[in-house]
Design a protein around this ligand. Sequence first.
Ligand SMILES: Cc1cc2nc3c(=O)[nH]c(=O)nc-3n(C[C@H](O)[C@H](O)[C@H](O)COP(=O)(O)OP(=O)(O)OC[C@H]3O[C@@H](n4cnc5c(N)ncnc54)[C@H](O)[C@@H]3O)c2cc1C
Length: 297
Amino acid sequence: MLHKLLTSAMPLVPRFIMRRLANKYIAGESLDEALAELRRQAAAGHPGIFDILGEGCDSESHARAAAKAYCEGASAIAAAGLDTYISIKPTHMGLDSDEGLALELYSKVAKHCAELGLFMRVEMEDHPTTDATLRIFEELRKSFERIGIVLQSRLFRTPEDIAKLAPGPLDVRLVKGIYLEPASIAHTEYEEIRNAYLAMTRQLMERGNVKLRFATHDSGMGRDLASLVAVHSVPKDMYEFQVLLGVQEPLWKEWQEEGHTVRVYVPFGPEWREYSQRRLSRNPELLKAVMRDMLPI
Ligand SMILES: Cc1cc2nc3c(=O)[nH]c(=O)nc-3n(C[C@H](O)[C@H](O)[C@H](O)COP(=O)(O)OP(=O)(O)OC[C@H]3O[C@@H](n4cnc5c(N)ncnc54)[C@H](O)[C@@H]3O)c2cc1C
């Protein structure tokens, strides 16, 4: 009820107030602002992830413009010498309407990144896009080395998806999954999602030749993950923690002091307002987390 009320009121909040609220989580609207934030993070010892906010492109020209913006961003990151990689949502490349277009645009950005020596990750969105996203990832892997994927522990299907991935090196960002999925295909309880995350980590470790990227702000799970990497003697260059800009910063410091790499996801772009509103309205847990974060307690 409160969630509905808050999300329906969001479009009425003046832009400058929304901007101030979003400031902590979003680097700004322009490429220069994103680069400045990435430099700030680098100075604090955090490598970065470059993300242009946007999803569900409604036209081919919109998706092509997004791919072009990613290529420009990649060039700027390489020129600045930042340890930052590119991360892209499939529907931002037009997957919603045309899988062929999404593959073409991902390939274009991947080729540009490869020429610059940069890594590119294919992100994961909600379940209707999972099959096509994995197909695109497997296709890209045939031509490019520095490519990664995201896998969601919330989904029942993920262990099977891992088993089906073609042999060879992998770079996987493990997440719980931000999209609330139906109970018929996904875990819905906190503890189940967490247990599935840890099981998925073990499965990937057993598979071998996998770079593990733990994208989470769950401190308890972080402890379990740190124990797992220690017990399995996972080398430092084969795992890292990844966090979202502005979220649970004391935890980053803790992990960093324990000797783990903590990479920061830096989202930005002119579509920040529409994107944030959509995400907050579709996931009450996210809105709760942001509200909790804003309270001075
Ligand atoms: C670098 C990175 C990349 C991601 N990429 C994807 C992706 O491609 N696809 C996908 O489905 N999901 C992605 N996610 C989101 C992920 O799936 C989870 O929804 C999100 O991280 C919350 O789960 P958690 O493990 O952090 O634990 P939780 O238990 O949900 O959160 C732990 C703590 O962090 C706080 N918190 C968590 N998220 C936020 C937030 N956004 N704002 C404020 N406080 C917060 C919570 O209040 C809680 O106190 C990504 C997350 C990160 C960190």
